[in-house]
Design a protein around this ligand. Structure first.
Ligand SMILES: C[S@@+](CC[C@H](N)C(=O)[O-])C[C@H]1O[C@@H](n2cnc3c(N)ncnc32)[C@H](O)[C@@H]1O
Length: 255
């Protein structure tokens, strides 16, 4: 599959998913407890305030809006105009003037070199066809000493215990919500999935190696507190459906 077709497919999917994204567990913010943990995490990861931050694959603004609340100057970029329209509406409602959104490809942002203190993303890398290329671009736009923060989960459940748990979750959800929770509506098609090298990658190691190979000093943090707070707000069926564990790969641009 060529790059244009891949990116078109990705854009199309998210342009359709935008209405329901924030309602989904593990995507939108579901409780004050969860919000508090995300704010705590970002506060810990981004010490200097205000920082100039680029949120790549910003979607409906989950991370960008938390950063705006914390006083950072944030630009969120995404391929999907519809996802960004939700982010813009939320920023406007909150009255934030320190956050903006624009269409851009995370693998080639076209942002100014050596400009940002922080480049951040959440739940993006799994859907990139060329994650190494993206990481090189993020390094380019960071100032020397700047920080890359990649927050990702193991969304592909390959452990038998996780598979069983998800199966039980789908059964329970089908009964409770009287719908087929085994349907794959709203998913990428099989050909597109083959073009995404991190889709089935469950290891933080592979991602941290990529960041290290791009010339960053790397550390990895398990995001246990946000995972715990998120699961606390989920009804049982959704808790079963979401055995993911999140990590943040953090890279400091050395030169
Ligand atoms: C799972 S959502 C995550 C959204 C947001 N970061 C969050 O944490 O809620 C993935 C987002 O990445 C965007 N995306 C996928 N590929 C992209 C690319 N190459 N460049 C920019 N955005 C991309 C999609 O449009 C979608 O909004």
């Amino acid at each position: 599959m060529d790059d244009n077709t891949i990116k078109k497919g990705i854009t199309e999917l998210w342009n359709n998913a935008y209405t329901n994204y924030d309602n989904c567990y593990a995507h939108g913010m579901k409780s004050e407890g969860e919000k508090l943990e995300w704010l705590r995490l970002l506060d810990r990861l981004i010490e200097t305030k205000p920082s100039e931050v680029l949120d790549v694959g910003a979607g409906t603004g989950f991370v960008s809006l938390l950063l705006a609340e914390q006083g950072h100057n944030c630009k969120g970029v995404d391929l999907s105009e519809n996802m960004l329209s939700v982010a813009r509406a939320k920023a406007e409602k909150a009255g934030y003037t320190n956050v903006s959104f624009a269409i851009a490809d995370a693998e080639d942002t076209k942002e100014q070199s050596n400009y940002y203190d922080v480049v951040i993303n959440r739940h993006l890398v799994w859907t990139l066809p060329h994650p190494e290329k993206a990481i090189r671009d993020w390094k380019r736009v960071l100032k020397p000493g700047g920080k890359l923060i990649i927050m990702e989960g193991n969304w592909h459940y390959s452990r038998p215990s996780d598979k069983l748990q998800v199966f039980l979750g789908r059964c329970l959800l089908s009964i409770q919500e009287k719908r087929n929770a085994f349907s794959h509506n709203g998913d990428y098609d099989a050909d597109l999935k083959k073009s995404l090298p991190m889709l089935k990658s469950k290891n933080a190691k592979r991602l941290s190696n990529m960041v290290e190979d791009a010339g960053f000093a790397v550390s990895v943090v398990a995001l246990k507190d946000v995972d715990r707070a998120e699961k606390k707000a989920m009804p049982m069926a959704y808790r079963l459906l979401n055995p993911h564990k999140r990590i943040a790969v953090i890279g400091i641009k050395e030169n």
